[in-house]
Design a protein around this ligand. Structure first.
Ligand code: UTP
Length: 303
């Protein structure tokens, strides 16, 4: 059955404290840290736009006006660049403001990802919507979000993205139990477990930072108590939707998973942030010519 409501909005929660990056995140939001020369949040908004989502709702916290500034016109800077005839820089400065319609909703305190998503209820209304975490960058060549939107059109309900990790890493993530569908790499979710003990993990497929949520998630999140870390967890809300469907109670149309085998870059911790920066630099034609030989030489010296 085709599900007609199309996905047009992306909710991007950025209100976390970014404690793993202090002191850099004392006065600068984590998603404004640059990966090469663009803040991480710009890659995420570009990904939303490539999947056809031009309406982006950022869930923000304290000290985050620089995010709004980044997606707005910068009249003085533009005038100065224009006066200098620096068209290239001018285009770079204008691009984020012209990408999408970006609005902000404030989360009063970082009470968890589920609570952050709930803050978007009025903006989203009664439509399915994407949730995109600014910590996770998905390679532009790998088109994950489009596959998830297509899965929503086919199966309805909510869609999560799953990635396979070595079994000893499962305990750091939300983990999914699932059964196959008729379609390759699309599964029906039967349970979700947050940070399981490896011996009890139902699979080694973890939940990554892209979701398509049915609007039924809002009512569920309103009722979801604080879970791990005293925070209202999106995983717990999605689990309610998945398990309700398993027990054939028609709440929100159940949850499906898209198995992702592409390139995901974590920028939420220092190790992965550094790796991401190096990988992105090596993939940039304008930088790689000088950067890659330098990197080789540098690694040789480390031996
Ligand atoms: P994280 O836990 O990875 O981000 O949440 P954090 O809390 O900022 O980072 P650390 O752990 O303190 O270093 C995943 C995403 O959800 C957002 C975060 O901003 C991040 O993009 N988030 C989390 C919210 O918007 N609100 C919350 O209450 C919690």
């Amino acid at each position: 059955m085709a599900h007609s409501a199309t996905v047009t909005k992306a909710v991007v929660p950025v209100a976390g404290l970014g404690t793993r990056f202090l002191p850099a995140t004392k006065a600068t939001p984590k998603v404004m840290l640059p990966v090469v020369d663009k803040p991480a949040i710009q890659y995420v908004v570009e990904e939303a736009v490539s999947a056809g989502l031009r309406d982006v709702v950022l869930i923000t916290g304290d000290n985050q006006s620089s995010i709004a500034d980044h997606f707005s016109r910068a009249t003085d800077l533009e005038a100065q660049l224009e006066a200098r005839g620096n068209q290239r820089a001018l285009a770079d400065v204008r691009a984020p403001a012209e990408l999408a319609s970006v609005s902000m909703v404030r989360q009063d305190a970082p009470r968890g990802l589920g609570h952050a998503v709930l803050c978007a209820a009025d903006q989203v209304g009664d439509e399915p919507f994407a949730v995109m975490l600014g910590d996770d960058l998905i390679d532009a060549r790998d088109d994950l979000l489009t596959r998830m939107i297509q899965a929503r059109q086919r199966y309805g309900g909510s869609i999560i993205a799953l990635m396979e990790v070595p079994p000893d890493q499962v305990s750091a993530y939300g983990c999914a139990a699932f059964k196959p569908t008729d379609e390759a790499d699309v599964v029906a979710i039967t349970d979700l477990v947050e940070k399981p003990d490896p011996s009890e993990a139902p699979s080694n497929w973890i939940i990554i930072g892209r979701y398509i949520c049915d609007p039924a998630i809002f009512d569920v999140l309103r009722e979801t108590p604080a879970g791990r870390g005293g925070e209202i967890q999106l995983t717990d809300g999605l689990r309610t939707l998945a398990v309700a469907d398993r027990d054939t109670v028609p709440v929100g149309g159940g949850v499906h998973g898209v198995l992702f085998r592409g390139r995901r870059y974590d920028t939420g911790n220092k190790q992965d942030f550094l790796r991401t920066t190096v990988e992105f630099a090596c993939a940039r034609p304008d930088l790689a010519e000088d950067f890659v030989p330098w990197l080789r030489e540098f690694l040789d010296k480390l031996r």
